[in-house]
Write a protein that binds this ligand. Structure first.
Ligand SMILES: [Ca+2]
Ligand SMILES: [Ca+2]
Ligand SMILES: [Ca+2]
Length: 366
């Protein structure tokens, strides 16, 4: 036995269009399967094995038992508790059992959740992840990843937490989202973002907001230490716009009148000195090819480095960062990151967490 479900006198459909009370595994198995299906529906990227492990981890031991037993397994499945664990976003990845052993062998339920900080790595250079007393602890700091500000969304749903979702978009592209929720408790989400204009929208599928008909729910958005919006009383949705302004950039070397400054900020990982290169290409007149005009190799594998390069304003250029090992600059060998500014404009790119290269095209390219 691995997992239990309610199985005694279960009201169920029966022959000839009737209902009956039945007992046994025929009643308990559909219950456990349905909970697994429900969770998979909410977290479709998690594997069957991961959902199984989270169900075992969060199940409630049958009265009188303190551990997994042959007759009741790990205990009765708990849909909401399992949902909460999966909501942390790593499919219960800290439960490192990946094989199907079955029964009480499936999981050492009472084992610690992490043994080293590498178990906790979330591939996000903005967070420093560590294993403390067997639990993963994540600290967010936007200067770790060269982002501008931290956006924090706190939501406390009312008695109908399943109705609530929210998102933050930049130029109509989703940046972060949250909900629906399982409980009327505080949920807090933080993310480092770049300079730009953003829109926060909260939705309610019943059209009655999160305050104050079915309990007093509320939400707060802060950027850094500045409060942006508090609310709770709305109908179907409510939107708030906010802007994150540029902080001061490192001083630029003077460029000539017909030039503009390209600023590269680079925080290396442990092996950047050997693995990374920056290449700057200029497009030719006929727009048929690229000419290498500058190659930079990081001079250190620990310090934040800043490069200023004056480039012709009217030309089309591209910046390319390469990685010989094809594993990017985060996070296997430390949290590296880079930013590129063309004049005052920060050029968008994904975090460089794998692959051989990333390329950003900028300037007069039409
Ligand atoms: Ca991280
Ligand atoms: Ca509602
Ligand atoms: Ca690398």
């Amino acid at each position: 036995m691995e997992l239990s479900g309610p199985g005694t006198s279960i009201h169920s459909t029966s022959k000839n269009n009737t209902y009956a009370y039945l007992s046994g595994t025929s009643m308990a198995t559909p219950h456990v399967s349905a909970v697994a299906g429900l969770l998979w529906m909410q977290f479709p990227t998690c594997t069957n094995q991961q959902i199984r492990n989270v169900l075992a981890k969060t199940s409630k031991a049958v009265e009188g038992n303190y551990d997994c037993t042959e007759n009741t397994g790990f205990g009765v499945v708990q849909a909401v508790d399992a949902y909460d664990v999966l909501s942390r976003g790593d499919c219960g990845g800290f439960l490192n059992s990946t094989s199907s052993k079955g029964g009480c062998q499936q999981l050492d339920k009472y084992s610690i959740s992490c043994t080293s900080s590498s178990n906790c790595d979330d591939n996000d250079p903005c967070t420093i992840d560590s294993c403390e007393s067997g639990m993963c602890v994540s600290q967010i700091n936007c200067s770790n990843c060269g982002k501008s500000e931290i956006v924090k969304v706190d939501i406390r749903p009312d008695l109908y937490p399943y109705e609530v979702t929210w998102e933050i978009t930049k130029n109509n592209v989703n940046i972060i989202a949250g909900g629906p929720y399982a409980e009327a408790k505080l949920y807090s989400t933080s993310k480092c973002v770049d300079v730009g204009s953003y829109e926060f929208t909260i939705y309610d599928t019943y059209g009655d907001g999160i305050c104050c008909v079915e309990g007093n729910g509320s939400y707060n958005i802060t950027v850094g230490t500045t409060a942006i919006k508090s609310g709770g009383s709305f109908e179907w949705s409510e939107s708030t716009n906010f802007t994150i302004n540029p902080s001061t950039l490192p001083p630029t070397s003077p460029c000539k009148k017909y030039e503009k400054n390209l600023l590269i900020q680079f925080k290396p990982d442990k092996f950047s000195k050997r693995q990374n290169n920056f290449l700057i290409h200029k497009q030719n007149w006929a727009k048929t090819g690229w000419k290498l005009i500058k190659k930079i190799q990081p001079s250190s594998s620990s310090e934040l480095m800043t490069y200023h390069i004056c480039l012709k304003k009217w030309a089309c250029h591209r910046f390319r960062i390469t990685d010989k090992k094809k594993n990017g600059i985060c996070c296997e060998n430390g949290g590296g990151w880079y930013n590129v500014h063309w004049g005052d404009e920060k050029l968008d790119h994904d975090p460089f967490i794998d692959g051989y290269a990333q390329t950003i095209t900028f300037g007069n390219c039409d």
